[in-house]
Write a protein that binds this ligand. Structure first.
Ligand SMILES: C[S@@+](CC[C@H](N)C(=O)[O-])C[C@H]1O[C@@H](n2cnc3c(N)ncnc32)[C@H](O)[C@@H]1O
Length: 303
């Protein structure tokens, strides 16, 4: 099977600036592509904590990063709990935190995970297959209006009501193919983008409560960074990017209650993949990378 091609790899390496002795957290370790780069560049003594919500991804990353021995620690968990996980594993005041959001090409390519409308599989879509409701659970149980909301808010699907109505009258829907065909019947086929793209994105975000986890992960990342440490985030759609942008801005501005700024923005505009990368890896096309640097706290600054 093809491995996961990490998106914006060179740009992520430049942003994280790994060095020997440094400590880093890859909060979405996935196939371990970026994590391997960080370990390689921080040889011989840099340490990396890799986290992923997908137990299978953690196992794969463990295997891929075996050669780095005790320099790599891999944990199954959510970046929403980044603070606790970091403390538990002895990662205090780290030099860089990476959040490469969304799903990996590995997850997309495995039919039994249910992420792809091109492959026939169960409608699952959970990153963490050990817990929570699947996409089938949502599709087969939610009221029509809630389904329409999910497709509209998280998928940006303008035909959300029509699709939700068709879903409710066709229930139960068990497989990716059944859902993809139903959406295609409602929408017709036009243009380059598959008509079920937005429906699948909306359901995936709802199943994994993705938009709630991101602000929690980013806020904890700010807390665990050492002064000068970098926070690097890659978003794959505008909902994610808006959350990253807003949190970065808040942290860079401080607030009205007199809270001092905690971060300095290193990117005003997000970094986008080069035309070469876009051609080589079409999945990279929507990626937007933002970087911020941890400022010393007032007490640290006075020292
Ligand atoms: C784009 S992939 C990361 C690819 C990785 N950077 C690499 O180099 O292979 C995103 C990963 O984030 C994971 N993920 C999604 N939500 C998460 C969360 N709340 N906490 C931890 N990992 C999460 C997914 O399971 C997926 O493996």
């Amino acid at each position: 099977m093809m491995g996961h091609q990490p998106v914006l790899h060179d740009e992520v390496m430049a942003a994280m600036a790994p060095r020997p002795g440094g400590s880093y957290i890859d909060a979405t370790v996935g196939g371990g592509g970026h994590a391997g780069g960080i370990l390689e560049r921080s040889s011989p003594s840099g340490r990396l904590l890799g986290i992923d919500l997908d137990a299978q991804a953690v196992k794969l990353a463990q295997r891929g990063l075996e050669g780095y021995g005790a320099r790599a620690t891999l944990v199954h968990g959510s970046f929403a709990d980044l603070g606790d996980i970091a403390r538990e594993h002895g990662f205090h005041l780290v030099d860089g935190v990476l959040l490469d959001l969304g799903l990996s090409s590995l997850q997309l390519s495995e039919s039994d995970r249910g992420f792809s409308f091109r492959l026939d599989g169960p409608l699952d879509m959970r990153f963490d297959q050990s817990a929570g409701a699947t996409a089938a659970d949502l599709v087969n149980s939610l009221p029509e209006s809630e389904l329409a909301d999910i497709l509209y808010r998280f998928g940006g699907e303008r035909a959300s009501r029509r699709i939700a109505r068709a879903i409710v009258s066709a229930r139960p829907i068990r497989t990716t193919t059944e859902l993809a065909q139903l959406v295609t019947r409602v929408m017709g086929r036009k243009g380059r983008i598959h008509p079920a793209t937005r429906t699948f994105q909306g359901l995936r975000i709802a199943v994994n409560q993705e938009l709630e986890a991101i602000p929690q992960g980013l806020a904890s990342a700010v807390d665990v960074l050492a002064p000068g440490g970098r926070l690097v985030a890659i978003a794959f759609h505008s909902l994610e990017d808006r959350i990253v942008k807003r949190l970065f801005r808040q942290e860079a501005q401080g607030d009205d209650s007199g809270r001092a700024p905690t971060m300095r923005l290193l990117t005003r505009k997000p970094i986008r993949p080069s035309p070469i990368e876009r051609r080589r890896n079409p999945r990279s096309r929507s990626a937007r990378l933002r970087i911020a640097e941890r400022l010393p706290t007032p007490e640290q600054g006075e020292r």
